[in-house]
Design a protein around this ligand. Sequence first.
Ligand SMILES: O=C(O)CCC(=O)C(=O)O
Length: 191
Amino acid sequence: MHHAWAASVVRSPLLLDAVQAAIGPDVAVENTFLVMKWPGREFEVPWHQDGIDARIELDPLRSVAAWLALTDASEETGCLHVIPGSQRAGYLPFGPEADAGQSRGRADTINAAPSGRPLPVPVRAGRAVLMDMRLLHRSGSNTSDGARVGLNVRYVAPDGCLRRDPTCPSLVPVSGTGWSSTPLKGEESST
Ligand SMILES: O=C(O)CCC(=O)C(=O)O
């Protein structure tokens, strides 16, 4: 969010329209991060849910995750795989990864073996998918000869943060009028 391009992307009207349809008019960005999969390097993201980890727990009815493809994401380049309907089981127990060799770059993963049939979700560059915070998803390594870059954005409505570590960056309001009158829950250092 310190980069002008990212600050602009998270506010792009088509994306915000879809986010607002999911969680209402008052929207803030809770977190953003890039996941870059360089060609030829093993890098898998294990099964997880975006709305819960050691630092956060987001209300799944007042938050939504966006995954934006900055390059084409295909099965070959390491697109997301999701388990449709897995959100209905709610948040699952999570903890430190048992086998750090299986993946890198993620501190928490679910402890239960996911059940259900995974579905690959290829996304063309410039497009995005919105996900329920409880949706189980993972991604595989990039076996192509080009980079695969995705921008992850977690959006919240007021009161969408049930738990949030004080070391997390400030929430960044991006739409609506509700933020000036509503305390940013879990947001001690907001000005
Ligand atoms: O970009 C990816 O491959 C997966 C990223 C992701 O789902 C996450 O880190 O929450």
